[in-house]
Design a protein around this ligand. Sequence first.
Ligand SMILES: Nc1ncnc2c1ncn2[C@@H]1O[C@H](COP(=O)(O)OP(=O)(O)OP(=O)(O)O)[C@@H](O)[C@H]1O
Length: 323
Amino acid sequence: MTAPDTFRPPEVAISVEGLSKRFGERLVVDNLTMSVRRGQIYGFLGPNGSGKTTTIRMLCGLLTPDAGQGTCLGLDIRTQSREIRKHVGYMTQKFSLYTDLSVRENLEFVARLYGVPAPEDAAQEAIRRLGLEGRGKQLAGELSGGWKQRLALGACILPQPQLLLLDEPTAGVDPQARREFWAQIHDLAAEGLTVLVSTHYMDEAERCHEIAYIAYGHLLAQGTVAEVIASSGLVTYVVEATREAPDPAAAIAAIGKALAADPAVEMVAPFGVSLHVSGHDAAALEAAITPHRAREGIVWRRETATLEDVFIDLMLRSRDNME
Ligand SMILES: Nc1ncnc2c1ncn2[C@@H]1O[C@H](COP(=O)(O)OP(=O)(O)OP(=O)(O)O)[C@@H](O)[C@H]1O
């Protein structure tokens, strides 16, 4: 990046079709088609090594696909990757600023590196915008994990990119700092910045405008959280032991063990003294749980599947398809 970005991207920030990528013999991304509107926060979820980072990098022209085409910020991902890069801010998990420079010195350094005019003012503005006032003189290496992430975000947006790539940005950061970080991301998106973020946290997925679930190189679901849950067709019952149960933990464990062996039940997941019991065939699932309804101190209710239920179901089914 050489100067503040005055470039205005189109309404559709990213639009790609049939993207595939191989590393050696291994097909890491297979025939991926998707689009992202400008100003959206778009989340990528999926098991480790499933191709999320590879996908994100192809979407932004940082990596050339073996097949497929498309545009990022209205520019061709195959032929205009250098131009695209000028408008992209990339934040990885690893803290890559200078630990022995202060917050202000780091930001001024980044501003100079990217040719931002009036680097001292730009650094001051980033400090204000990200609520880092009072920490300008603190060494970056002395910041807590949450403040480091905030500083890294500040450095990333200094050159005023149009697209932000966040690769698991809040891994290991405490809930309050994560919440504040996400509030910043939403403010940036409201100003028109498009954000692609990969995460393993369900609460972060729920903070995105849209999500994509990728497993073993395949895009298995995309849309809003509600759309992804609805399209899963997953039926979930929650069974909970009340205080009246003679031994709540044992009661839940016994039900879990019995249901896990039933073919109508595709997933059983314990949560304290409750279980999530899921499957796709509502009638068969109902028949499977009926014998357990009469137990003392047990309450059953049908609930909307959680995003976690849906993701685990997608992962299990795609793994089965691979085998
Ligand atoms: N440059 C590369 N050369 C060879 N293999 C690679 C390269 N980059 C990624 N891979 C492999 O491609 C697969 C997908 O990697 P990728 O980083 O895209 O997955 P991911 O979904 O982002 O994983 P994670 O959640 O663990 O970050 C992995 O098996 C990885 O080892």
